[in-house]
Every structure is written in C-alpha cells, then in structure tokens.
Write a protein that binds this ligand. Structure first.
Ligand code: GLN
Length: 304
C-alpha cells in the first residue's frame, strides 16, 4: 500500500492548485491551499501516511458525525429524528431555503448546517462548557489523546456566521431548537473548530470502520447500530450536494469539512483521512476527492 499511496499522492497533489481555500470564514482563508496529506490506518492500528499528515486543521463539518452520535446516545433516535430528517439534499450545506417549505418544517438531515445546529441543541450538559467538553472528550476517548481547539477559527466563525444564525433562529421559531439560540450556535461553532491532523482523523474513522470500537484503546464507543446509522448518513449526505457522485466514484461512507479534511471509512478494513484545504465548488477538498477516487479503484474499496 505504501508505494501505491506515494504514487497516487504525487499524481493528485496537482489538483490542489485548482481549488480555493474557504474564505467565508475569514480565519480559514489563511490556510495554505497547497498542503496535502493522506493517512490510512488498518484495524490493527498500522499506518500508511504521505504528505502533511502532522499538521492540524479544523474538523468543521466532520464534527457533525460525532455530535449526531452523542445526540442519539443522549436523546434516542425517536426524538432526534422527530426534529431532523433523514433525506439528502441537492442544496449547498449552508442552504436555508427548504427550512420553511418542508412540511413538517425540519432540516433535511443532520449533515447540513441547519440539521447539525439542531443536533447541537440536543447534547446534554449543565452548561455549554460541559456540553463542549463532552464532545471533545468523546473524540479524545476514541483516539486516546488530547484534541486541540482553534480559538481564532471559532471567533472568526462566531463573528461572521450569520447564515447559520438565521437558520437557528428560524428553527427556534418553529420549535425544532429548544433553549438559548446563541448558546446552541456557540456550541456548534466550537465543535466545528476542534482540530485534528490526518493521523488523528484516521483514528476517528477507524472507530467507525471497526463498528464502534476504538482501534486505539479497544473501548466500545457507540453501538454497532449507531455506527450503521451514521455511516448511512455519510453515504447519502456526507459530501454535501456531491454525495451521489462520490458514492459512484468512491463508494465508501465519508464526511468532509470546509477546513479541507475528509474522513472516509472502509468498513471492517480501514480508517482513512485526507486533508487538502483547497476546495472544489461544492466545498470538498479537491485533491482529497481525487485521491480517494484513485485509492478506491486501486484497492477495490467500494462497498457497492
Ligand atoms: N463551520 C462551518 C459552517 O457552519 C462548517 C461547514 C462545513 O464544513 N461544510 O459553515
């Protein structure tokens, strides 16, 4: 695998030049679009890695997978899906257009911003600090080490995240969000600003590949049923409005974030992480998607 990975890395790194780093969150605009890393971990914990795999980036939307798991643990599936739907969307991740027209009014799924903000409101805790520590602690327990937080990205998004604010206040109005809207948004901006590198992200992915058991610590983190549920969302909604194309070309559950990370899961085999902050038009890492297409073909990863 090591040799093939090197070849595919150099072949696909050139695509990074064709993308653009996210700039709607001003702090993300500072990222270097030419960075590129890929890490694969098998279920014995063995790593194959190339490129900028030690550099930290913010999880952004990848965090939605983990908050969804916690919300289900906290509130149960019935409650969670009474507030948030299970259907993919052809609209961008930050779209609010369908919130009002859906009947009953609810965000389409937990992987788009509106859905994830609603999910954040379901995380239990005495206060926001405790809720945030639970999310962070959950990730730390999966990988067996500390997870850092990017204060600058958090503050930048908190200051400029008006579209997310609009979605959240609308959801408060129609009863999807309970509690203090600004607190819910604060928690959402915070969990989006947790940082990992490719090695850590591959460990997070490994837990999902391993049916809910951490590959690093051997501890069961979630039930097999919950991992199946989140992996289904990753297949249908994880790559935003390019999820259909990704399913056809790569064919594994995956979740991307505008920090440039993609967490991919090859069930029962590998946890995979790629990072390249230069994004395509949909908001997925441009080099990341390309290398995953090649890796899937080369190693026969498609689950379909
Ligand atoms: N924090 C980002 C936002 O809310 C996450 C979006 C993303 O990664 N697609 O816009």
């Amino acid at each position: 695998m090591e040799k093939v990975l090197h070849t595919l890395y150099h072949k696909n790194k050139v695509y990074c030049k064709q993308g653009k780093v996210a700039s709607y969150i001003p702090a993300l605009a500072k990222q270097d679009g030419e960075k590129f890393g890929v890490a694969v971990m098998d279920l014995s914990g063995k790593f194959f890695a190339v490129g900028d795999v030690e550099e930290k980036f913010t999880l952004q939307s990848i965090s939605k997978v983990f908050t969804l798991m916690l919300a289900i643990i906290d509130k149960g599936q019935e409650y969670v899906f009474s507030k948030v739907g299970m259907e993919p969307t052809g609209d961008p991740f930050n779209s609010i257009v369908k919130l009002e027209t859906m009947n009953p009014s609810k965000p389409l799924n937990p992987m788009i911003n509106a859905g994830a903000i609603a999910i954040s409101s379901m995380i239990k805790g005495k206060n926001n600090g405790e809720r945030f520590n639970r999310i962070r602690g959950f990730l730390e327990e999966i990988i067996g080490e500390k997870i850092t937080f990017n204060e600058e990205v958090y503050l930048s998004e908190k200051e400029t995240g008006n579209r997310n604010r609009a979605a959240a206040y609308f959801m408060k109005d129609v009863g999807i969000i309970e509690g203090n809207v600004e607190e819910v948004l604060d928690l959402y901006f915070r969990h989006c600003s947790l940082e990992v590198n490719c090695i850590q992200l591959a460990k997070l992915a490994g837990m999902l590949a391993n049916q809910g058991v951490s590959v690093i610590t051997g501890k069961r983190m979630v039930s097999k049923e919950i991992t199946q549920l989140v992996k289904s969302f990753m297949v249908t909604c994880g790559m935003y409005n390019a999820s259909g194309q990704f399913a056809i070309k790569v064919g594994v559950p995956a979740k991307s974030g505008v920090g440039g990370g993609i967490m991919a899961v090859v069930p029962n085999k590998y946890g995979v992480a790629v990072w390249g902050p230069a994004l395509d038009q949909v908001g997925n890492s441009i080099g990341g998607v390309k290398i995953l297409e090649d890796m899937s073909k080369e190693f026969d990863w498609s689950i379909f």
